[in-house]
Design a protein around this ligand. Structure first.
Ligand code: GLN
Length: 471
């Protein structure tokens, strides 16, 4: 019923209260319990907030997001509410402050319904790495919702909130958006403040949005974006009106040959993507098939750099500063060792160890320096592509959602991100649009990548592309 903000606003205009809308979402949370989407529902605070917003609406003092109900990924801080990054090591940790991105939404009277399950410390592509159990895809309970923001994607498609927030370091918003048939955007690196987002790989992380409509995706991104004195990597560039879509003229679109002929693509993905390109050609857009010989090095480069950053970022979880502390440890060193061994899950440990290795004396130049050099080349090449093209198109994922427990090899799992990590390495904004369905009716997305800080163009072109949605 309240699948998007337009429906919520209509209901409010016709006299429905925000409190009633919240009850509707709470019921849907109850109905979808089996999917394990929420780690915690903020039942008390959301009812109080809903009443406050109802009062504001009555007094004609309500903000732009009055009635918008958000679910937040469990790595986004919300003052006086728990946040655990789906890890045992942060179990029962309570946020001391609110992340800037979320605060901007709260300032416009959005309210938060709960925190969503995700892969531990946002490391994963299937939501099977949470210390609090798998998330099931609401479209088919045997399948994964994608990861790492799988709970946030599932929350939107199951109608348990109007929109949700996730984080995207290598594809964690776009890939679950693809697997659940939702919209999912990763803004340009530095467009949205990272203050209050639990860090995984700081030079890659961005907070992103999931929604059932492009309008909601654009509006929430617009409100979250912009300069923040609490994050020095956040750009002071003026934020444009992303939610006002412009008419699309003929565009120049780059498509990588290495993507078109990629061995990992399923037939369904290949066919849907090719037929979309044909449609675009027929409509007069210029499709430039270019070679991008770096595709195969994207995932390895991403894993060298992100694990290096993670090994540093996660060193603060040591059983002393905060979080879980091993009960039977004696002395400082044993406290560190036991708390970290018991508190972190297997994938997080694997990444801390890889990251420590690539940064270690003797291997640093061979791995870390090399990967930085490759990143620079990728950034320059991407810039060059955007000097001749408006967008880069690809499928978001090489396949639609897979069965729970079916991908056991970590390398195979890492390859899920083959098309998404590029935008994180280069910093560009990218969106997954729910345009396609496979032969079983399961969704998968189209990824559109734009030039840095061209969010307005990205949303406007996406608005043109949604007419190719195949339902
Ligand atoms: N799936 C990727 C990984 O496991 C991306 C994660 C993310 O974007 N947070 O690292």
């Amino acid at each position: 019923m309240y699948k998007n903000f337009a429906e919520v606003k209509n209901a409010i205009t016709s006299g429905v209260s925000v409190l009633e809308i919240v009850h509707y979402y709470l019921q849907n949370i109850e109905k979808n319990k089996e999917c394990n989407i929420f780690l915690e529902v903020f039942s008390d605070s959301i009812l109080t907030q809903a009443k406050l917003v109802d009062q504001k609406i009555k007094n004609k003092q309500a903000g732009r997001l009055a009635g918008l109900v958000i679910a937040i990924k469990d790595n986004i801080c919300y003052k006086d509410h728990r946040v655990s990054a789906s890890s045992k090591i942060l179990k029962n940790f309570c946020s001391l402050y609110t992340s800037t991105a979320l605060q901007r939404l709260l300032d416009e009277d959005a309210i938060v319904i709960g925190r969503t399950n995700c892969d531990e410390f946002a490391m994963g592509s299937s939501n099977e790495n949470s210390a609090y159990g798998h998330v099931k895809n609401p479209l088919n309970l045997n399948k994964v919702p994608g990861g790492s923001s799988g709970g946030s994607a599932a929350a939107v498609i199951a109608n348990t909130c109007t929109v949700s927030l996730g984080s995207d370091t290598g594809g964690s918003v776009r890939q679950p958006a693809s697997f659940t048939g939702t919209f999912g955007v990763k803004p340009t690196y530095g467009r949205v403040s990272r203050f209050g987002l639990i860090a995984y790989a700081s030079s890659f992380d961005q907070i992103g949005v999931f929604a059932n409509t492009l309008e909601d995706t654009a509006l929430v991104t617009e409100i979250m974006s912009g300069k923040d004195s609490l994050d020095s990597t956040c750009s002071s560039k003026q934020v444009e009106k992303y939610s006002v879509f412009e008419k699309t003229e003929k565009k120049k679109i780059a498509v990588f040959k290495e993507v078109l002929h990629n061995e990992h693509l399923t037939e369904d993905v290949k066919n849907s993507f090719s037929s979309l390109l044909n449609n675009l050609k027929n409509e007069g857009h210029e499709i430039n098939e270019i070679s991008f010989p770096y595709l195969d090095v994207l995932v390895p480069t991403y894993y060298v750099l992100t694990t290096a950053e993670a090994s540093s970022n996660l060193s603060r979880f040591d059983g002393v500063h905060y979080g879980y502390r091993s009960k039977d440890a004696v002395g400082v060193e044993e406290t560190y060792k036991k708390s970290r061994s018991e508190g972190f899950g297997i994938e997080v440990k694997r990444r801390i160890m890889s990251g420590t290795f690539v940064l270690s004396h003797g291997f640093y130049d061979a791995y870390y320096t090399k990967a930085q050099q490759v990143r620079r080349i990728i950034k320059e090449k991407t810039k060059e592509i955007f000097s001749n093209n408006d967008f880069i198109l690809s499928p978001t994922t090489p396949n639609s959602a897979f069965e729970i427990n079916s991908v056991k090899d970590p390398i195979q799992m890492y390859l899920q991100d083959i098309f998404t990590v590029h935008a994180n390495l280069s910093g560009n904004p990218a969106i997954s649009l729910p345009l396609f369905k496979d032969k079983d009716g399961f969704p998968f997305g189209l990824q559109v990548v734009a030039n840095n800080f061209f969010e307005k163009e990205l949303f406007s072109f996406s608005n043109y592309l949604v007419k190719f949605r195949n339902d």
